[in-house]
Design a protein around this ligand. Structure first.
Ligand code: HEC
Length: 420
């Protein structure tokens, strides 16, 4: 619990928001580990049907909830059912998501999540306002993803939509139409009003047979993860605006031109012009690469590495960490050394220490603490080389907060309990 104690003594108000949010994200992991004593993965696997890991089951529930959020407003309007079939399906999906979560191994915060899912079901049955149901379902999906450390973003850069051209034409077009313009409206993939509510990760999940039954195994059962991401980007391109956002917007919203933001965020959660910008950027990831500051890329990758580590995958964490070092830190190191040699030296040491700790299988709480320190230094470096205005910091922090939501809430309650 040393980690949480340190956090209370940090003068929080003096830290820039992104640093604070990143600290929050990372500290929560340590706090959770300490409090939860998360059970061994293997023991969990045995209790679940068909050898599905908790991550698989949680991902399926997240997918169900995402579609509850996007389908409900089409099924119910102003307290009356517009589409009976869709309404029934939405209710069943919410119920199934609840059951799946109830069957997952317990974690602190799961009881709260189950309550949220219960009230979600009640508000669906009560045909409550679409906005409320959508927000509830999305919040539940985000909390669930955070609780079970779902890796919702690839570590490698997103493939271009063009990489999926042939696949789309051969496997998808006869149902979904050229450029997503389908004959049957429920198969259309080009409606921005619907697609604005779904993240790239949601599209990806639709193409994972263990997570979604929209398609037969023959359609997407044999796809590689990279092919699924390429198809997700392709699908996103059907509802993207025609015109690229200005470069200035990329500087204003650094989290939207990199991972995990591009993969995890639903554009509808952002204010304009961030919303339209994300709709375009996520459809053209190959063009966003040059827009992203290398240290922002490093921060995103360290964040993903940490998720992998906490999810019990030290090899994957190491790989992502090295990717962060090579593709994010090293390209910026010279500039950083000129601006703040002490910070550069500190960063060199922190990278080295963390690599060694992972390879030497140091205790998890130590490794996570080192992740936190490294991440905080990288974010500090990024702020130094590419300062964001205070208004923008607010948006950025908000974006990252979405990712950290559940864990942040847990941390908050944990600290309060300790104080009283
Ligand atoms: C046999 C016809 C068929 C094929 C082939 C097919 N789909 Fe679908 N797809 C559907 C149907 C039907 C739905 C709606 C399912 C539902 O609502 O439960 C759907 C849903 C989706 C969705 C979710 C859209 C939304 O708005 O909810 C995406 C994304 C998608 N498909 C992408 C693809 C991709 C990519 C491929 C090719 C790999 C593909 N589909 C192949 C029939 C098909």
């Amino acid at each position: 619990m040393g980690i949480a104690t340190n956090f209370t003594s940090v003068r929080m108000r003096n830290l820039p928001s992104p640093v604070m949010i990143f600290l929050l994200i990372s500290l929560c992991g340590g706090w959770l580990k300490a409090v939860a004593q998360i059970p061994e993965e293997q023991a969990i696997e045995q209790q679940l049907p068909e050898q599905q890991t908790p991550v698989d089951v949680a991902a399926r529930a997240v997918s169900l909830l995402s579609f509850v959020a996007v389908d409900y407003p089409e099924a119910v309007s102003e307290g009356s059912v517009q589409d009976r079939g869709l309404f029934r399906q939405t209710r069943e999906n919410a119920e199934l998501a609840s059951q799946l979560v109830a069957g997952l191994p317990d974690r602190p915060g799961r009881a709260q999540l189950l309550n949220t899912l219960e009230s979600l079901q009640a508000s669906i049955s009560g045909k409550e306002a679409a906005d409320l149901v959508r927000r509830r379902a999305n919040t539940a999906a985000d909390r669930l993803a955070a609780l079970y450390q779902l890796p919702r973003s690839p570590a490698e850069p997103l493939p271009a939509a063009s990489e999926a051209n042939t696949l789309y034409r051969d496997r998808c077009q006869h149902c979904h139409g050229e450029n997503g313009v389908a004959e049957q409206p429920e198969r259309a993939l080009n409606d921005p009003a619907r697609m604005v509510n779904l993240s790239l990760y949601d599209f990806y999940n639709v193409l994972e047979p263990t997570r979604n039954d929209a398609h037969d195994e023959a359609v997407d059962g044999d796809l590689s993860s990279r092919q699924r991401w390429a198809l997700a980007v392709k699908v996103a391109s059907f509802s993207a605006p025609q015109v690229a956002p200005s470069r200035k917007l990329a500087e204003q919203y650094p989290a939207l031109v990199g991972l995990p933001g591009m993969a995890v965020l639903r554009p509808s959660e952002l204010p304009e012009p961030a919303r339209a910008s994300l709709m375009w950027w996520r459809a053209h990831p190959e063009q966003t690469r040059a827009l992203q500051h290398p240290l922002a890329r490093a921060a995103g990758l360290i964040y993903l590495a940490q998720i992998a580590y906490r999810g019990g995958d030290p090899a994957g964490a190491y790989h992502k960490l090295m990717l962060a070092l090579r593709s994010g830190y090293l390209p910026a190191r010279e500039e950083l050394t000129e601006r703040d040699p002490a910070l550069a030296t500190q960063l060199d040491q922190q990278w080295q220490a963390l690599r060694e700790a992972i390879l030497a299988r140091a205790p998890a709480n130590e490794v996570i603490e080192q992740f936190q320190r490294l991440l905080a230094s990288v974010v500090k470096g990024r702020e130094l080389l590419q300062p964001t205005s205070s208004r923008v910091i607010y948006v950025w922090a908000g974006i990252l907060f979405i990712t950290a939501l559940a864990l942040g809430v847990l941390l908050w309650f944990g600290l309060r309990r300790r104080k009283t």
